[in-house]
Ligand binder design. Structure first.
Ligand code: ADP
Ligand code: MG
Length: 253
């Protein structure tokens, strides 16, 4: 792959649920090591777009590329086979609003699970990786705890470590802090900020506008399945050019 090529490329992406068109013609490029904040009102298609990037949702048309791996969708292209879908999905680490940790496994086991069961990694090796990642998210002291003993912020940091354990090329965050008590938001944003500083390529769906302004390279504003405006984070947030963007951002002042 050309080093200067975008890490993520979405072209003419379309998705409907029944007669409801949710993504109209999405084109998006994310440069390697950069952070894109995806903002927009509820129902605008942000989650659907992220889910198309890891094939949790299969688009009707268009193309998605992550690194060297790409899929085209449409009448003439066949659907990806299950095995191909699994391989493609392994390019992305996804973190959701709700953490979905395995309740019957310890924190360490949660982080080891993907490498052991999907990659068939020996347990000792997976445990080494998991310990390193838990140290990175500040949870070395919680390795042997079960998820129900953790705060929401701690659970979400485990979820991030678990996603990283699969060594994804990109990380996708879908409102990772929206379900957290306000005092727990900063610890999760801190981990996301560290990842960005290390050069991870990320798309972050967030309502934390100040965080987006500070950490994202670019901001993409979506409404009704369309990208209305995008540009350098500070330009879009401080000086939006579109009425819809201005109206949306006015809710956060
Ligand atoms: P956002 O994340 O921006 O709030 P979503 O991508 O979740 O938006 O949803 C966009 C639109 O698609 C909404 O109107 C939602 O109701 C609809 N939608 C999302 N997922 C489904 C689904 N699985 N079936 C039917 N409609 C869906
Ligand atoms: Mg959503």
């Amino acid at each position: 792959m050309d080093r200067n090529e975008p890490k993520i490329e979405v072209a003419s992406l379309r998705k409907s649920f029944g007669t409801h068109v949710v993504l109209r013609d999405i084109n998006l490029k994310v440069e390697p090591g950069s952070v894109v904040a995806l903002i927009g009102p509820s129902g605008s298609g942000k989650s659907t777009l992220l889910r198309c990037l890891n094939l949790l949702v299969i688009p009707e048309g268009g193309r998605v590329r992550i690194g060297t791996d790409s899929f085209s969708f449409g009448q003439t292209s066949r659907l990806p086979r299950v095995k191909e879908q699994a391989r493609f999905r392994s390019n992305t680490g996804m973190v959701f609003q709700h953490f979905n940790l395995f309740p019957h496994m310890t924190v360490l086991q949660n982080v080891m699970e993907g490498p052991v069961s999907v990659k068939r990694m020996p347990k000792g090796e997976a445990a080494d990786i998991a310990r390193k990642l838990l140290a990175k998210v500040g949870l070395s002291d919680k390795m042997d705890a079960f998820p129900n003993r953790l705060s929401g912020g701690q659970k979400q940091r485990v979820a991030i470590a678990r996603a990283l354990a699969m060594e994804p090329e990109v990380m996708l965050f879908d409102e990772a802090t929206s379900a957290l008590d306000p005092e727990l938001v900063a610890e999760v944003l801190g981990v996301m900020r560290d990842l960005a500083a290390e050069g991870m390529t990320m798309i972050i769906v967030t309502h934390e506008i100040a965080f987006a302004r500070e950490v994202a390279d670019r901001v993409v504003f979506m409404r009704d399945g369309v990208i209305v405006e995008e540009g350098p984070a500070r330009d879009v947030i401080d000086n939006p050019t579109q009425d819809a963007t201005r109206a949306f951002l006015s809710h956060f002042h």
